[in-house]
Design a protein around this ligand. Structure first.
Ligand code: PMV
Length: 346
């Protein structure tokens, strides 16, 4: 079906930080993970994406952060557009414009926000009216973690067991306003390298080669249940050690992958050491570090402890800025007017 006029839609979606990481696919084509994962959707950071299906175009034109996309990043976008075209019975090519208000491909989950926003904008522009569940499933095909960014607050992606994946999907654990006292101090480190290998390729090399991976898989379901419970009860004393244990487990399987995956810089490692020192000085865990496949470090804390923590993180050499984020809303449409996010909040 070809419509005569161009149709466009704009969506915004936030990144999320994984408290339990998705790392390893049991089915790559269907994007089905080996283990369930849990994340907090972040406020203030976002990707804004406009998709416009246009009968006058011969091929898709993709612009990411103001520059034309090529190679792998363009192919991943075109693949998701193809999926939307097949679902909607549309054969027009599209222009895609996407912009983040935070650094790309450096551990702030720009793939999650980017593909959640793309799935929303492309499906709306193609005339599909998807439920959050369907949108989350669609976003997952762009990047696994994007399925969680469709929802706000605290989100669990159940791995499921079925080979067809019908029992695998994201669902909210608690809404964005559930735990206002919990904050994420995002420590942006100077000179964070861009990702050399796509996460989906990196994680499969962990599955194949890390001797620690099987043990991790056995431990994760228990950790997911305990983290879910701690979030529901707003129990920082239970949550914080679990968040760091999970991060250490993720880092261990990355480091023991052949060839080794090392996402941290010396500054990132200094941040981890400082969090340990802060907790030693406090005599209990008042801060919990985690990181995804990137160099920036997320430090969870309670609002009341921020004055004891933030200045120490800020003063570390090589730390560019420490941003204070909370749980925020999920992906949403932004009317019909295409545009870009204003400013670069810090
Ligand atoms: O969604 P992807 O393919 O970018 O992989 C994300 C992997 C981690 O960020 C490291 C973990 C996670 O669950 O978000």
């Amino acid at each position: 079906m070809r419509s005569r006029t161009a149709r466009s839609a704009t969506f915004e979606a936030p990144p999320n930080i994984a408290l339990v990481k998705y790392w390893g696919l049991r089915d790559r084509a269907l994007v089905l993970p080996f283990n369930s994962s849990v994340s907090m959707t972040l406020d203030r950071l976002r990707s804004r994406t406009t998709v416009r299906f246009d009968p006058s175009l011969d091929e898709d034109a993709v612009e990411l952060n103001g520059a034309p996309a090529a190679g792998g990043p363009r192919a991943a976008v075109v693949q998701l557009l193809d999926r939307v075209r097949a679902l909607a019975g549309v054969d027009e090519r599209a222009t895609v414009r996407s912009r983040n208000n935070f650094p790309t491909a450096s551990g702030l989950a720009s793939s999650a926000s980017g593909f959640a926003a793309l799935a929303g904008a492309a499906s709306a522009a193609a005339g599909l009216r998807l439920s959050p569940r369907e949108l989350s499933r669609l976003a997952r095909f762009g990047s696994g973690s994007a399925c969680r960014s469709v929802y706000g607050g605290f989100v669990e992606w159940s791995a499921g067991r079925r080979p067809d994946g019908r029992d695998s999907g994201a669902r909210p654990i608690a809404p964005a306003g559930h735990w206002p006292g919990l904050v994420d101090l995002v420590v942006i480190v100077r000179g964070a390298p861009e990702k050399a290998v796509r996460s989906q390729d990196a994680m499969q090399s962990t599955v194949r080669t890390s001797p620690a991976y099987a043990r991790r898989l056995a431990e994760v379901p228990g950790r997911v249940a305990r983290i879910r419970r701690a979030i529901r009860r707003r129990d920082a004393a239970s949550l914080f050690p679990l968040v760091m244990e999970e991060c250490d487990s993720f880092r261990e399987v990355c480091e023991t992958t052949v060839p080794s995956l090392d996402y941290l810089t010396s500054v990132s490692r200094a941040v981890l050491a400082e969090v340990r020192a802060i907790n030693r000085a406090a005599g209990r865990l008042i801060a919990a570090y985690t990181h995804d496949a990137g160099a920036h470090i997320h430090v969870f804390a309670l609002r009341r402890d921020v004055p004891r923590i933030r200045p120490r993180l800020r003063s570390l050499p090589g730390v560019e800025v420490v941003r204070l984020l909370r749980a925020g809303p999920g992906a949403h449409p932004v009317g019909s007017r295409p545009g870009v996010p204003r400013g670069r909040p810090r």
